[in-house]
Design a binder for this molecule. Structure first.
Ligand code: ADP
Length: 493
């Protein structure tokens, strides 16, 4: 059978061999491991080489007194923390005080009761264990604090020095809680001007209401194009991504932006340049095709005519695309101003419906319009252009035998009128409800070819409506239908 592990390792230092023997035997009997020495210097060396859990130390010894031994042990890092209990025949209070001053933890007078010695040993061993435990936990805590401080420092540096503008915003209020220097330099605001204010209060964009709504209703969004209004009033194109984060038990939105103003400017310049350059040869191509189809250059075989028709159809599509690009470019750059005049919304609704009636009939779709007679200041051609575009989409993306409704209602409270175009078509996935208003964004890559679209219609609509100081947005359920809303301000009476 293996020996039971001793309760603790005790070093006994006493110059009287009988005392040593007696103490050692008793302690061993009670399950302790005992090392015993008769000289203070030997005891110190032993403790340094292999520190015991506790030392029992005689006060009166010839070469080196117990107090001196104790002082040596306390002066050495290796032995400083070992509890030392003095054992002595001296009973004077001054001796006890001296013992405690030298660093002893306890003092037992001879002759002693073994029970007392054992009880005191146990008490100090327990105390030491607890002390060690505390020290260990304390070190662990200190380490955790240091780790946390390092992590916080690291993330604070990343946040402060990130080239990407970052903001932390409350939900649902949209209040800016924290922003980094990049955010401030992009927006032109000072920290004091933004912290505590909401996105809508600061009017960070024409579309900040819709943006706030998305922030409240959507958990995460990537690369949404947003026109940011800076403090000085200039407009910057930014891509925003956001995600929800938990901080101190509350949920916030973490917004990370990317300034793409310069890229957009170059892109627009490029598009407009290319479109202009394409127009000239295309016009001449269309002229040639017309000449061929007029028969003035001789008649064509039936197959020849078919090939020519394909050519004409595609050239027309190309012209449509270029016209749309140029149109959008001109509206965006402010080259076309809205010719605002007083008009009746009912007339505009009727005109748009009449223009689209033939297309609806071809697609076997019922077009129901409830014109609202209300006066508003707007560019009638551009509003009709917007409505026909929405109607054309509603018809294009709906199956036969369904209905498309056009309604309008005014609100005195917001002093605006809202026109809705509602279809029972294929619907739009929720993550694309915003992006389809961007240039060349289509739900399905094949929409351009199959439905003859350009992917520019809604971008043009949005620009027209925003130039009127209004808003355009869509609500939709896949396979059930979509409703596009156009909100326009009414004249302030
Ligand atoms: P397009 O010329 O392709 O119609 P738009 O900018 O008008 O370009 O529309 C962009 C895309 O939005 C369409 O290609 C289509 O994928 C989607 N879309 C627009 N209106 C609807 C609608 N009423 N129902 C379903 N999808 C629609």
């Amino acid at each position: 059978m293996s020996e039971p592990t001793p309760k603790a390792d005790i070093l006994v230092i006493d110059d009287t061999p009988e005392n040593l023997n007696l103490l050692s035997t008793l302690l061993i009997e009670h399950g302790y491991k005992v090392r015993s020495v008769t000289k203070g210097s030997t005891g110190i060396r032993g403790a340094q080489v292999m520190p015991p859990d506790l030392i029992l130390l005689d006060v009166n010894m010839p070469q080196m007194s117990g107090y001196e031994v104790c002082q040596h042990l306390k002066a050495d890092d290796r032995t400083r923390d070992i509890p030392i209990i003095f054992i002595s025949a001296l009973e004077a209070v001054s001796d006890k005080v001296k013992a405690f001053q030298a660093g002893g933890v306890d003092y037992i007078t001879k002759p002693f009761q073994i029970e007392e010695v054992l009880a005191r040993i146990e008490t100090h061993l327990t105390l030491r264990r607890l002390q060690n435990q505390l020290r260990f936990q304390n070190e662990q805590l200190q380490q955790e604090i240091r780790d946390r401080e390092h992590a916080e420092e690291k993330f604070a540096t990343i946040f402060q020095q990130s080239p990407n503008p970052i903001a932390i915003v409350t939900i649902p209020e949209g209040q800016l809680m924290e922003v980094n220097p990049s955010f401030l330099s992009m927006s032109g605001y000072t920290r004091d001007q933004v912290i505590g204010n909401s996105i809508t209060q600061l009017h960070l964009g024409h579309d900040s209401e819709t943006f706030l709504h998305r922030l409240q209703t959507i958990e995460t969004l990537h690369n949404l194009e947003f026109e940011l209004l800076t403090h000085s009033g200039s407009v910057k194109s930014i891509l925003v991504s956001f995600d929800r984060i938990e901080l101190n038990g509350a949920t916030y939105a973490l917004l990370i932006a990317n300034d793409i103003t310069e890229r957009k400017r170059l892109e627009n310049e490029f598009i407009s340049l290319v479109s202009h350059e394409l127009r000239t040869p295309l016009t001449s191509m269309m002229g040639s095709l017309d000449l061929l189809s007029s028969g003035q250059l001789g008649s064509l075989t039936e197959q020849g005519q078919q090939v020519l028709n394909i050519g004409v159809k595609n050239a027309e599509r190309l012209i449509r695309l270029i016209n749309d690009i140029l149109d959008l470019e001109r509206i965006r750059s402010g080259k076309i101003t809205m010719n605002q005049q007083s008009c009746n919304l009912a007339d505009l609704m009727t005109q748009a419906t009449e223009e689209m009636q033939a297309m609806a009939d071809r697609s076997e779709i019922q077009l129901i319009t409830e014109p609202l007679s209300i006066s508003l200041a707007a560019d009638p051609d551009r509003i009709v252009q917007t409505l026909t575009n929405l109607l054309s989409n509603a018809i294009k993306f709906s199956p036969a035998q369904t209905t498309v409704n056009v309604r309008a209602y005014s609100s005195e409270q917001t002093s605006s009128v809202c026109i809705s175009v509602c279809d029972q078509g294929r619907g739009i996935p929720s993550h694309q409800l915003q992006t389809i208003f961007e240039r060349f964004q289509q739900v399905d890559a094949s929409d351009a070819r199959q439905k003859g679209g350009t992917g520019l219609g809604l971008a043009i609509c949005r620009n027209i409506i925003e130039q009127h100081g209004g808003r355009i947005w869509v609500e939709s359920t896949v396979n059930q239908g979509s409703t596009f809303y156009v909100e326009l301000p009414l004249d302030a009476e």
